[in-house]
Ligand binder design. Sequence first.
Ligand SMILES: [Zn+2]
Length: 460
Amino acid sequence: MKKIILFLFCISLLALQMNSQNIYPLDSDYHTFESMENEIIQTAIRYPMLVSWEIIGYTATLKLPVYAVKLSDDVNRQESYEPSVVIIGQHHSEEPLGVEVSLHILNRLAAAYNRYRFAKKTVNRFEIWIIPTLNPEGMSIVNSGKYFNKRENLSDTNFNGILEIEKDGVDLNRNYPFNWDTGNSKNSNIEEVFDFFTDSQFCVNDRYYRGPFPSSENEIVSITHFFDRIQPQLAIFYHSSISSLYAEKIFFPWKWGRIHSDNYHDMAFLASYLAERLPKDYVDDEFYDPHFHNSSLSGFARDYVYHKNGTLSLNVEMGGIDSTGASIVFPANNQMANIKKKHYKAFTDLLEVFYDNLLSGKIEYKNKQLAALKPIFIEDEPLNYRYPLQTDENGYFHKFFLPEKKNTYFTIDNTFFDTEVSKGEKFVIRKNPPYFVDTDLEKPLRTCCIIQKSTFTSFM
Ligand SMILES: [Zn+2]
């Protein structure tokens, strides 16, 4: 008996120790690129009404597919009246946790759909898109155990015709076509901006290399086209902080010295909401921190998608710091399971508050013609370093407002609307003369009133 107890004690000690260690090659529950592919396909077969997948592009060197998985009720129909959310689990392949977290969110929501009202509500309300990895080439190196520190894709960046895993590759989260040219603070004319990476983004052999030109990489061309097509209202990018500098923080666009993004407060609210639900991995009673300090100017996904598509975006840095100060980015299975669980819960909570504060609508002309792809100009939201929101191809739009916001006005196609912010409600705006009417949308509707028609013709 004593022996058994001693044995159990040793096992638990080992488990404790494993909890705060990086394990490489990765522990057995991590996916390889192939097992991830297989799981996506099997999940879609298992839940054909809820899950579908597509390939949004191929990598240049190994010709590997980039998968986008859609999770929604009636998944094979495009439901414009449902807001879209995109999760990208991975840009940097030495950060494998995000792939696991995003696959877990997919599987758990799909599996819980018929069993839990909360899951059903979440899946019914949104079109959720999950891209477990945007970097299949890098993932194929790290997750197969070949090299733990591979960050970029496998582009032959020094053009020597040899595939050098440690030197080649572009940092995909520096290659987006917004702020690519600044790349670091030296070339930036915006004061007080701090960038940790200094010159590294210009060097072809560096792990932070930004690429020869903006959108030089297939992965980035694929994802920017995808964003244009989906026009997501919310995007979550999962990363892990290898250096521990950014561990357990949430970044969002942007604070460049005295310049804040137009929707800084919206994103600060969402980042704080999420952070409050994410306890740190190895410190009791502490939670993730939203990053309110200056942000660097680089070709980041989070800044790009907000600038181009008006998408509110959060960059979640996982990888907790243990008692020795090490950043744990390759945790063992049992610890990874805890991490997946808490991020699933926090993500679904975030979607709930996001939905409750969305104003959704459809805009039509009197002759029933759709007001498709029309810019929307919102009261007191200037257009600093970004494009306006747009209606989608079916005339729908979704706009997040802070909970305290009670009313707003906006202009669409030269017509001025003044409305209560009927959050979580859906309505149709008909123009010419414009008025809101009840529709046959799935939710009960609150009728809103048009206060006046504007003579505004210019918005800028
Ligand atoms: Zn990263």
